[in-house]
Design a binder for this molecule. Structure first.
Ligand code: FE2
Length: 330
C-alpha cells in the first residue's frame, strides 16, 4: 500500500518536494507550464532529489523523447493507456531496487571505513616498529608527521593549483609521513644505535634506508596486487625524502620538480626536527637558528617555492615540537 500525492503541474510538484521527499515520482511529459523533461532536469541538479527514482508515464509515443528521458536519469518509461496492475508492479520493483541500492551503498561505506581503519592500524604498527628500533625516532615520527600535516594543509589551502595537490594526495602524504624512515629497520643496530658520529662508510649504509623502505612497500604492493594511491604515495615519499632541490641528495640525485612533492615536503619536516633535536654528535639548535639555516637552504636543499608559501606557519613548527617534548618527559 502506497501513499499517493498528485500535483497539477511541474512547478507545484517541485514546491511539494520542498517539504516531502517521496520514494518515487511518476512524471508526465506534456504538462501545463514546465514539461516533464524540465522537471527531471531540476530534480537531477538538486542533491536532495537526485536519487528519487522517476518513472515517466505518458501518452507520447516518441522514441527520441523516451531516449531523452532515460538519458536524463529516468528509471522507467510507461506509455498510456496504462494497466494499473503493471504500473503498480513496476513502482514496487523500482522502490525495491532503490532500497537494495541504498543498502549496498551503506554496506560498501561500512566496508571502506573498516578497511581504512585496518590500514591506519597497520600504519601505526609499522611506525612503531621503526621507533622501537631507535628510541630517538619515536617522537621524531610523531613530530615530523604533525609538521608534514601543517605544511600539506598550508599548501592545500594556498598553493594547490600550483602543486596539483588534491585532498586525497594531501591525506596520503600525511599518512605516509609516519613511515618515512621504515627502511631503517633494515640497517644494523651497530650503525643505527651508534652513540657518536658515523664514519663515511657507516653513513653510506644509513643512506640505503630510502631504497630499502621503498622496496618493502613495493613488495607489499606486488604481494597484495594493490597499487592503491596510498601505497604509491608512501613508496614515492619513502624513496625521495632525502633528495635535495639542487640534485645533491640521495638515493637518485633528483633535481627540482623531478623530486615528488611528497618527498620535497617530507624533507622540510624531517630536517627541521633533526635540527631542533639533540643528537649524539650535536646539541639541538633553537627554533630560530633552525629556521635561519633552513631559509638559507631554500633553493639548494629545499623547494624554494614551498619555503616561501609556508613562511607564515613556520612559528607553528616550534609549537608542535615543544608540545611533543612535554609529552616525551611525562
Ligand atoms: Fe630518512
Amino acid at each position: 500500500m502506497y501513499k499517493f500525492y498528485m500535483a497539477p503541474s511541474g512547478e507545484r510538484a517541485l514546491q511539494f518536494l520542498e517539504f516531502t521527499i517521496p520514494d518515487l515520482i511518476l512524471l508526465d511529459i506534456k504538462m501545463p507550464g514546465m514539461n516533464g523533461l524540465e522537471v527531471i532536469n531540476r530534480l537531477k541538479q538538486d542533491s536532495r532529489w537526485l536519487e528519487i527514482p522517476v518513472i515517466f508515464l505518458t501518452a507520447l509515443n516518441d522514441k527520441i523523447k523516451e531516449e531523452h528521458a532515460f538519458a536524463m536519469g529516468a528509471v522507467d518509461y510507461i506509455r498510456k493507456p496504462i494497466s494499473a496492475g503493471i504500473v503498480l508492479k513496476r513502482i514496487h520493483l523500482h522502490i525495491e531496487l532503490q532500497k537494495y541500492r541504498k543498502s549496498l551503498e551503506s554496506l560498501v561505506e561500512a566496508k571502506t571505513y573498516q578497511l581504512m581503519k585496518s590500514q591506519d592500524t597497520i600504519l601505526e604498527i609499522l611506525a612503531n616498529v621503526t621507533s622501537y628500533r631507535d628510541h630517538a625516532t619515536g617522537f621524531h615520527i610523531q613530530r615530523t608527521t604533525l609538521i608534514t600535516e601543517l605544511i600539506v594543509n598550508c599548501l592545500f589551502e594556498t598553493g594547490y593549483h600550483q602543486y596539483r595537490l588534491n585532498r586525497n594526495y594531501a591525506d596520503n602524504i600525511i599518512k605516509s609521513a609516519k613511515i618515512h624512515d621504515i627502511g631503517k629497520v633494515g640497517i644494523s643496530d651497530s650503525i643505527l644505535l651508534k652513540p657518536g658520529r658515523l664514519t663515511p662508510e657507516e653513513f653510506e649504509e644509513i643512506k640505503k634506508h630510502p631504497v630499502l623502505g621503498a622496496k618493502m612497500i613495493d613488495d607489499a604492493m606486488q604481494e597484495l596486487g594493490d597499487d592503491s594511491s596510498f601505497l604509491f604515495v608512501a613508496k614515492e615519499l619513502v624513496y625521495s625524502h632525502h633528495e635535495k632541490w639542487n640534485g645533491f641528495g640521495y638515493p637518485m640525485g633528483l633535481e627540482g620538480d623531478d623530486i615528488p612533492l611528497s618527498g620535497r615536503i617530507m624533507a622540510i619536516s624531517d630536517v627541521y626536527d633533526a635540527l631542533v633535536s639533540d643528537r649524539p654528535y650535536k646539541k639541538a639548535f633553537t627554533h630560530e637558528e633552525a629556521i635561519v639555516m633552513m631559509k638559507k637552504d631554500a633553493g639548494t636543499h629545499f623547494d624554494p617555492y614551498i619555503m616561501e608559501m609556508i613562511d607564515d606557519i613556520l612559528p607553528e613548527f616550534e609549537y608542535v615540537f615543544s608540545r611533543s617534548k612535554e609529552r616525551e618527559f611525562v
